[in-house]
Design a protein around this ligand. Structure first.
Ligand code: ATP
Length: 308
């Protein structure tokens, strides 16, 4: 018999009035996987996490974690989950160590072994030298690492993280991911919501979410393969004029304005570059063209375009 997935949802949905914040999300995440739910702001990631952790009831559909129905789950399963939300509650006046003790109290960690666990977590997050510093005086990256340490105090089997490295510097981000890999090696299932494509690259599997819907779910390598051909970045003095001119020459949605630059999705980038140049030159517009690595947004745009 196949092993029960650590996380399973079946047509999981949440509506807020007319808005489908999460729309028929079906996922199966095996134990020990590092899964990334990726999407821009408002995609529905936080709402998904709230339902996965049993904090919010779905409007429809099913949600199971460690085989337990989270719509009815009691403390039994919750004590095996760790959750670091975007507004994770650290106490700014308490020191790093006191915050950890506070969470150990909430999780009812027995006194025996508690200090050893706290020391271990401090080491894990390279926070030992800062253990007596008030949490409010930590850098952004250290705060996030302390938040993670607090979420881990009770050794959860499944860890949910909501955009944990938002606004964190690159070095702390690397530290953070090193910790996540350490957890993975211990067999913890990690579910991380992120808006960063480079973080998605680090996950075993990734779900791309947009307006509540799961557009694709696969390994990063397979997801990159979805974008057939390549992406060209076009810089011109008048990008809006350029979009109008190009949209006649390329099929609907192939030309997208990204800030002041254009992205052109092209099955054959060389041919597309020549065609774009001649269209723009005919309009008297100079253009600089270079191939770019597809971004998360490119992937999303391309997927949405394919779906019409
Ligand atoms: N309690 C609520 N009441 C009404 N609408 C809500 C509520 N919570 C979320 N929404 C809406 O549902 C949609 C999805 O929000 P959600 O927070 O899940 O997205 P997200 O992908 O986590 O983005 P962010 O990173 O900005 O939180 C958004 O349009 C949001 O405005």
């Amino acid at each position: 018999m196949p092993e029960t997935p650590a996380i399973r949802t079946e047509k999981l949905s949440k509506r807020f009035g007319e808005l489908a914040a999460v729309d028929e999300l079906s996922l199966a995440i095996p134990a020990g996987e590092l899964f990334g739910l990726v999407g821009s702001d408002g995609a529905g990631k936080s709402t998904t996490l709230r339902m996965l952790t049993g904090i919010m009831d779905p409007t429809a559909g099913e949600v199971f974690v460690l085989g337990e129905d989270m719509r009815r789950a009691g403390e039994g399963v919750r004590s095996q989950l760790g959750y670091m939300s975007q507004r994770f509650g650290l106490y700014p006046d308490l020191t790093v160590q006191e915050n950890l003790r506070f969470y150990a109290d909430i999780q009812m960690i027995p006194r025996r072994g508690r200090e050893a666990r706290i020391a271990e977590l401090l080491e894990f997050g390279k926070l030992t030298p800062f253990k007596d510093r008030p949490a409010g005086k930590l850098s952004g990256g250290m705060k996030q690492k302390l938040g993670l340490a607090c979420a881990l105090v009770h050794r959860p089997r499944v860890l949910f993280l909501d955009e944990p490295t938002n606004g964190v510097d690159p070095v702390s981000r690397r530290d953070f991911w090193r910790i996540l890999y350490g957890l993975l090696a211990e067999g913890v299932t990690v579910f991380v919501a992120t808006a960063y494509l480079d973080e998605a690259e680090r996950c075993g599997r990734v779900g791309l979410m947009h307006r509540g819907r799961l557009l694709a779910c696969d390994t990063p390598k397979n997801l990159r393969g979805i974008l057939k051909g390549g992406v060209l970045e076009l810089a011109t003095a008048d990008p809006r004029h350029a979009v109008r001119a190009l949209s006649g020459a390329f099929p609907g949605g192939s030309v997208v304005l990204f800030g002041e630059r254009l992205h052109l999705f092209a099955p054959d980038p060389q041919e597309a570059e020549a065609r774009a140049r001649s269209v723009l030159e005919a309009q008297g517009l100079e253009v600089a063209v270079r191939p770019v690595q597809p971004t998360l947004e490119d992937l999303l745009v391309s997927l949405l375009r394919e779906q019409g």
